[in-house]
Design a protein around this ligand. Structure first.
Ligand SMILES: *Cc1c(COP(=O)(O)O)cnc(C)c1O
Length: 339
């Protein structure tokens, strides 16, 4: 293991030794290449720079209690990148190539996987860009696939902490028949302004609502939303929500612990009826929500005392982290041991 102060890490780029690359040209993918070069060389008229022909993924590897390094559900990220690529008419990386690149990048940077005790992890960032040079708006039949990694700090230092969320109808993240269900850069571009506004006002996330009625919950920042009440795990269903792999895993674990799972439209008016609420994604697993403020209606909702983590959020968080860190049996086959 490298001599790095894992506890000082946040969520930032940190140089490691090796990244993986593959190129699509003339109808086929090249073999994966491994390099220590952090830069890519491209023409100024490359389509990804102009028309947003770009999608990415985010997943993690963890050093377990037994010293083994586990990669979490990389096949799911591979399938999601394929669905993003299809929507942008980009060449699709095969599941095998995607998983192999992730596996090799972890293996070749194994000394950068943080210590078990630190609660930190190795974040992997696969990215697919259209590399055709041109000016016209059309599909790119040339592409580049990259996987690099960066050690990242424990999301919650000193225990889980509830976040404050703002409902703001100023900016929609995605349209019903747009790209909301795919992990493309454009969705992020259209969420920065409202995100910055939320931060200025002292909130960590914006609750995005559906773009038609502004009545149904879509996403909580760059994370999915879920609420708990009456023994149920309830999460919004919509064509413009990104299918979070963390959410998918939590639904399985929720059912496993006896909660009923509901995926359906969730109106904003239902927020006040939940006993617990949270945002979920790879970065934090679960960010419990303590307080929600609706900027347009002035409504304020507090879960618990606003500062404590609900029992179901905590149980779900621990159940998932126990699998990721090898403390519990991986009975769903979610992890791949790298070394
Ligand atoms: C990446 C992402 C998530 C979380 O997905 P995970 O697979 O759980 O990391 C949720 N919402 C949006 C908009 C995202 O981009």
């Amino acid at each position: 293991m490298k001599n790095i102060d894992w506890s000082a890490l946040g969520f930032d780029y940190f140089k490691t030794d090796i990244n993986a690359r593959a190129y699509y040209k003339d109808g086929a993918w090249s073999k994966l290449e491994y390099t220590d070069d952090e830069y890519i060389n491209m023409h100024m008229s490359t389509t990804c720079l102009h028309y947003g022909l770009e999608c990415f993924e985010g997943l993690k590897a963890f050093r377990g209690v037994d010293g083994k390094v586990r990669l979490f559900r990389a096949d799911e990220n591979a399938k999601r990148m394929q669905s993003s690529a299809r929507k942008l008419c980009l060449p699709e990386p095969s599941v095998e190539m995607f998983v192999e690149a992730c596996y090799e990048v972890v293996k070749r940077n194994i000394d950068y996987v943080p210590s078990y005790e630190s609660g930190a992890s190795l974040y992997l960032r696969p990215v697919l860009i259209g590399t055709k040079v041109g000016l016209g708006v059309k599909a790119s039949h040339e592409a580049m696939f990259i996987v690099f990694c960066s050690p990242v700090g424990a999301y919650f230092k000193g225990g889980m902490k509830p976040i404050k969320v703002i409902v703001d109808r100023m900016q929609d993240r995605a349209a019903p028949r747009g790209t909301g269900d795919t992990k493309v850069g454009g969705n992020y571009g259209s969420s920065i302004l409202s995100g910055e506004k939320a931060h200025t006002l002292g909130y960590s996330n914006v609750m995005y609502l559906d773009a038609v009625e502004h009545n149904y919950i879509e996403e909580c920042g760059a994370a999915n939303f879920f609420g708990i009440k009456d023994g149920k795990y309830i999460t919004p269903k919509s064509a413009s929500i990104l299918p979070s792999i963390t959410n998918k895993s939590l639904r399985t674990l929720a059912e496993d612990m006896g909660l009923q799972v509901e995926e359906r439209p969730v109106p904003v008016s239902e927020l006040k009826t939940f006993e617990e609420a949270g945002a979920c994604g790879t970065a934090a697993v679960i960010s419990p929500i303590g307080y929600i403020f609706d900027l347009d209606t002035d409504e304020k909702i507090t879960y618990g005392n606003g500062n404590e983590v609900g029992p179901n959020c905590l149980k779900l968080y621990n159940a998932l982290q126990d699998i990721q860190y090898g403390r519990a049996e991986d009975k769903f086959g979610w992890t791949m041991i790298v070394e």
